[in-house]
Design a protein around this ligand. Structure first.
Ligand code: MN
Length: 323
């Protein structure tokens, strides 16, 4: 996935964060990904920039692509983050500069750790299935790990949880006592939860985590708020449980983690800590520096970086501070 948003939200600088439970409903913005796929981007939001280390939440589909090209995201670089690719329907081919060539399929987690730098492409193949539905989530790496060697991991079998009226898959970190094998670098939770029609289920939360729930199908009441598709309910910190209720059934992606207190600079596909660092990443991509090993060859189709903003990018806190 690649960030082509030409009008990223602005963040004000001001006073203190809220630090307890809250219910803040965020409606995802529609953004074009390349020329072929429209995504609903729930994070970063104008107010909530991150939930734990989760810094980017895109939901795409459910789309009929039988007569469309599908996903056409050519080779592009990343730094300082992990991409978590999770399909609900369809198939996307991932290739990267480490030599990985993997079909991203429903039920299999693909997690790419960019660290120092990596290039990947995400393409629907000509013989693709007729539907495309999925999410791509980014996790910011903490200062100590953000320059590590890149790696790509595929987890075909993730742990599941079953409660009356609910089934779930733990993608990353730990949720309801179930731990994912995926390697993460800060305390996180990420889960795909399906509620049966008529279900009402209480789930345990970690009070030191902040959480959010992104609806990807159906509708549900999360805590006390009705949440529809492409809405993210931010739940804040300090809860030991959350109630999920749905009359018609629903599917949602829950994300959580310890608040990420480092201020980051996020621009295009890079995460760094200063404007100068991002200028350096962009220049390294422009000159096809060794930092960014090619996916196939230097002749492949690639995405060029947009111009740097004329106003210097400033490190931003995890949420917009009240003026
Ligand atoms: Mn990408």
């Amino acid at each position: 996935m690649s960030d082509l948003d030409t009008r990223p939200p602005e963040y004000a600088v001001g006073s203190v964060d809220a630090q307890g439970p809250e219910e803040l409903l965020i409606t995802a913005r529609k953004v074009w990904l390349g020329k072929t796929t429209e995504v609903a981007r729930a994070l970063p939001d104008r107010e909530i920039r991150m939930i734990g280390a989760w810094c980017f939440l895109d939901h795409y589909g459910n789309e009929d692509i039988a007569h469309l090209p599908g996903m056409q995201v050519w080779a592009h670089p990343h730094t300082g983050l992990q991409t978590v690719s999770w399909l609900l329907a369809g198939e996307v081919e991932h290739r990267d500069g480490l030599g990985s060539q993997v079909l991203v399929r429903p039920g299999e987690l693909n997690i790419m750790t960019a660290g120092h730098g990596i290039v990947h492409s995400e393409m629907s193949r000509p013989d693709k299935p007729p539907t495309l539905h999925g999410v791509q989530l980014w996790v910011a790496l903490p200062g100590a790990d953000r320059d590590i060697a890149p790696r790509f991991e595929n987890y075909p079998d993730l742990p599941t949880l079953h409660r009356p009226g609910l089934s779930g898959i733990v993608l990353v970190g730990e949720f309801e006592g179930v731990r994912s094998p995926a390697r993460s670098h800060t305390p996180l939770a990420g889960a795909d939860l399906t509620l049966e029609p008529g279900a009402s289920v209480g789930l345990a939360l970690e009070p030191a985590f902040e959480y959010g729930v992104l609806m990807v199908s159906g509708e549900a009441t999360v805590a006390t708020t009705e949440v529809a598709v492409d809405q993210l309910l931010y739940l804040g910190l300090g809860r030991d449980s959350v109630q999920l209720t749905s009359s018609g059934g629903a599917r949602m992606i829950l994300v959580g983690g310890v608040p990420f207190e480092e201020e980051i600079v996020m621009w295009w596909n890079f995460i760094g800590r200063s404007h100068a660092e991002l200028v350096g990443y962009r220049a390294a991509w422009e000159r096809r520096d060794d930092r960014f090993a090619p996916v196939v060859s230097r002749d492949e189709k690639v995405m060029e970086a947009p111009p740097m903003p004329t106003v210097p990018l400033k490190p931003r806190p995890r949420r917009k501070l009240q003026a």
